[in-house]
Design a protein around this ligand. Structure first.
Ligand SMILES: Cc1cc2nc3c(=O)[nH]c(=O)nc-3n(C[C@H](O)[C@H](O)[C@H](O)COP(=O)(O)OP(=O)(O)OC[C@H]3O[C@@H](n4cnc5c(N)ncnc54)[C@H](O)[C@@H]3O)c2cc1C
Ligand SMILES: *[C@@H]1O[C@H](CO)[C@@H](O)[C@H](O)[C@H]1NC(C)=O
Ligand SMILES: *[C@@H]1O[C@H](CO)[C@@H](O)[C@H](O)[C@H]1NC(C)=O
Ligand SMILES: *[C@@H]1O[C@H](CO)[C@@H](O)[C@H](O)[C@H]1NC(C)=O
Length: 546
């Protein structure tokens, strides 16, 4: 069975794959798939089709073209209330978008005024991809000012990622000076504060501190008719006149539970999970401005969103390291580990731990170890450990049409909870929002949602969500302690891991490959880009440097 990962088709076995592949519906024309197969197998290039193939692969993905509609209100608002369950990033993006389409939007979250209690990764180091920043600017004209007010810095997205010490280039040459798409440097709690203040400024959006407890279906189950909320004082309230329910409850994935309790016949098999056995540790150093100025971080790295990221090449000891200089004079050092069962927990363990990164392709830059040394000598850091258990994809698109109530959608981690190693969480929530917005705009004259609205939303979301899920999952299978999904093994995806190494190697040498990889990582291009003949042949011909 051939599956997709990083845009490359590969052979895998196992019942789970067969099921997924049969139902999975790639946007690529079948001819493209066949050509890719042929190229992979024998280096055969069909010259006549090559041009069209190249064009198809390099076309901007649908969600990038749909950005133009983001933030555009419809002519006549739809009646009723949108109930957004969860008011973190996905909930705030969803509420803002729905306010362009519906008369009333209500965000329900027990922690709406004091967020973070139910968010495991609240204090973890975060970076935000270009798609998130681009989308947020469309939704809120004042986004830049508001984030700057809480200490955020808008910076070109040069992420300083080093594989085994070798830098993955940023495509500065593709853009005129100063035009490289932006990202944001801001700690998660500060960003969330900014987003909340933007939400409060959106007309026709209100908030209700409370916990969603259940959904009540209409008698024919075609829609969710009301939503029951337990308010902070313990009393219950039924929210009626529901036009749309949006599940934004993050990794708790409340919608799935509530739909089942409400009697919807949702097969447990749509919930796919694997256990990456991942641990993250964020060390936060609050430094004085004087110490910050003295740190030996080079000027260039002081104006990139991350000063340095190190990813070792050996997956079996896949432990990575990142350092960033944040708002409020907080320096964060992030470690992630899937292999060795140990992450530093105290200040004096940091340097000995980092020592282990020596002996790779290129050593860590001396300024990095010197910086850590100075931080350890002068400041007591705070440690924020996180154990990630199951990563889950709610494959609602696999349900038969109309199994779901027509007015249910899920956005953010409630839909797909990924390994956060690529920092995709916020951009993924934005992508879901873009899909929802485009679908709502495609119904200009309706006064209510069509019976297959939910089916259509999940169908439209399936390709990009599958691509993200496949790429991170199959990569994770290469690490020692990862426990694959039922029906898959650690072998699943070996071809894509092998090609992935060639891709990274090739990107350190070739501008076109580097640019494609950067755009895919920033979610500004689809992984199909990597299939363009001019890129594919370079990747195939480059021996892995690892
Ligand atoms: C270690 C780690 C590092 C990460 N790093 C990055 C990164 O660098 N960049 C990035 O973009 N992403 C990163 N992520 C992912 C990112 O944090 C998530 O994708 C993001 O938080 C998802 O937002 P969300 O709104 O979907 O869910 P959450 O942020 O989890 O919010 C869920 C909300 O739902 C509310 N809720 C729960 N139950 C109910 C209920 N019954 N009723 C009402 N409300 C409810 C909660 O109170 C909460 O406010 C990281 C994740 C982890 C674990
Ligand atoms: C707010 O909702 C009312 C109807 O409830 C509608 O008439 C008005 O246009 C909405 N305002 C905005 C800015 O969307
Ligand atoms: C939903 O219905 C519309 C109109 O009837 C149709 O064009 C569309 O293909 C349907 N979508 C799905 C996913 O079935
Ligand atoms: C579902 O999505 C796929 C692409 O993801 C598309 O080819 C197909 O036409 C969609 N089905 C409907 C009914 O819209």
């Amino acid at each position: 069975m051939w599956t997709r990962r990083l845009g490359i088709w590969e052979f895998t076995t196992g019942p789970r794959n067969i099921r997924v592949c049969k139902r999975d519906n790639p946007t690529m024309a079948p001819g493209v798939e066949t050509l890719t197969l042929a190229a992979c197998a024998g280096g055969v290039v069909l010259a006549g089709a090559g041009f069209l193939w190249q064009k198809a692969c390099k076309k901007p993905p649908i969600w990038v073209s749909q950005l133009d509609q983001l933030g555009q209100p419809r002519d006549k608002l739809l009646p009723g209330t949108v109930v957004v369950c969860g008011g973190s990033v996905a909930g705030i993006v969803a509420a803002r978008i729905c306010a362009d389409h519906f008369e009333n939007v209500l965000v329900v979250d027990p922690d709406i005024e004091n967020p973070g209690n139910r968010i495991l990764q609240w204090n973890a180091a975060h970076l935000y991809l270009c798609l998130f920043v681009t989308g947020a600017r469309r939704l809120w004209k004042t986004f830049d000012d508001v984030v700057k007010n809480v200490g955020g810095r808008i910076l070109p997205a040069d992420l300083q990622i080093h594989y085994s010490g070798v830098e993955l280039p940023t495509p500065h040459k593709d853009y005129a000076a100063g035009d490289l798409p932006d990202t944001l440097l801001l700690r998660r709690p500060s960003l969330q504060k900014a987003l909340y203040s933007l939400l409060r400024g959106s007309p026709n959006v209100s908030v209700l501190p409370g916990t969603v407890r259940s959904f009540q279906p209409s008698s024919d189950r075609s829609v969710v008719e009301s939503v029951t909320v337990r308010k902070s004082d313990g009393s219950k309230e039924n929210l009626n006149d529901v036009a749309l329910v949006v599940d934004c409850t993050g990794r708790l994935q409340g919608g799935f539970k509530w739909l089942k309790s409400a009697g919807y016949n949702i097969d447990d098999k749509i919930k796919c999970s694997y256990d990456p056995n991942l641990r993250y540790m964020t060390c936060a150093f609050s430094v004085s401005p004087e110490l910050e100025a003295r740190l030996p971080i080079p000027a260039a790295q002081r104006s990139t969103p991350i000063a340095y990221v190190y990813v070792p090449h050996d997956d079996t000891q896949s432990c990575f390291l990142g350092l960033s200089m944040n708002d409020g004079n907080v320096i964060q050092i992030l470690f992630g580990d899937t292999g060795m069962g140990y992450l530093p927990q105290a200040s004096n363990e940091l340097l000995p731990f980092i020592e282990r990164f020596r002996g790779q392709k290129k050593p860590l830059p001396p300024w990095l170890t010197d910086t850590v040394q100075m931080l350890v000598d002068e400041v007591e850091p705070e440690f924020y450990p996180i154990n990630l258990n199951m990563l889950t994809f709610m494959q609602y698109h696999l349900l038969r049409p109309r199994t779901l109530p027509s007015n249910f959608v899920a956005i953010g981690d409630a839909f797909l909870f990924l390994n956060p190693v690529h920092g995709q969480g916020f951009a993924k929530a934005m992508l879901n929002g873009i899909t929802l917005n485009a679908l709502l705009h495609s119904l200009p004259h309706s006064s209510q949602l069509p019976a297959n609205f939910s089916t259509q939303y999940f169908n439209d979301s399936a390709d990009p969500m599958n691509a993200l899920w496949d790429a991170t999952r199959l990569h994770d299978y290469g690490s020692t302690n990862c426990v694959p999904m039922p029906g898959e093994t650690k072998e699943t995806g070996w071809v894509s891991r092998w090609l992935g190494e060639k891709l990274i190697s090739s990107s350190t040498r070739d501008d076109e490959v580097a640019s494609a990889l950067w755009h895919v990582r920033q979610m500004l291009a689809s992984e199909k880009t990597l299939l363009a003949p001019t890129i594919l042949w370079k990747v195939l011909l480059t021996p892995s440097m690892f």
